[in-house]
Design a protein around this ligand. Sequence first.
Ligand code: SAH
Length: 248
Amino acid sequence: MDKRKITVAGMGPGREDMMTQQALDALDAADVIAGYTVYLELLGDRFGDKEMISTPMKQEAERCRMAFEEAMKGKNVVMICSGDAGIYGMASLMFEIKEELGKDAADIGIEVVPGITAASSGAAVLGAPLNHDFCVISLSDLLTPWELIEKRLRAAAEGDFAIAIYNPSSKKRRDYLRKACGILLETIEAERPCGYVRSIGRDGEEYRICTLAELRDAEADMFTTVFIGNSQSRITGGRLITPRGYRL
Ligand code: SAH
């Protein structure tokens, strides 16, 4: 049996009332909370008495190793991620670091606590755009070659999936959403209903519903999640829906 454990918890999009009780309980019980600085700040004062470990973006492996070091000292460690810890989160890396550490970390268990991912929380803001088969695709080519991202976009369009796009753009990747929309427009009509939501569950939350052609020219940033409807999606009462197919 694992005597010690690290919990990898998703904190949802930002607001405390969008965190699960399981994640809140794990954080309450923590000695040490590890995470990217922005997420630690989002947690606010409630966990202000805990020891915090943070590393900047792109030092995720180091952050996981630090979490193991603390767990080895006998501390109860929680690694937090935004949204869900197992969707573009730290959960898989934590398992890989445990492998890397070998027998040193053999008796440290890893518990994954799920959270509300941006596809779910953003869909709820727009209406119900993912209410049929859908794909989630990240446009970040930091860890995935762009050719593979293009292939997945084409396949999703070809398969008539609704699509949730994560990491649509950043300072270094300003034109990625435009490029992605260009690829989708090879297969999908320009009038296809789409939408995007910025800062879901955080101060300044905003959304827009538009066509795929308009989306191509939209300004998205790294705090935005983008939604592309399938061939059945439509706008009703100002909300974006993808019908499940019930006969009325
Ligand atoms: N683990 C996270 C995803 C991390 S990848 C999750 O499950 O939600 C980072 C991307 O997620 C961002 O670029 C953005 O596309 C999306 N995202 C995460 N939180 C968001 C929020 N509060 N508002 C809008 N998009 C968000």
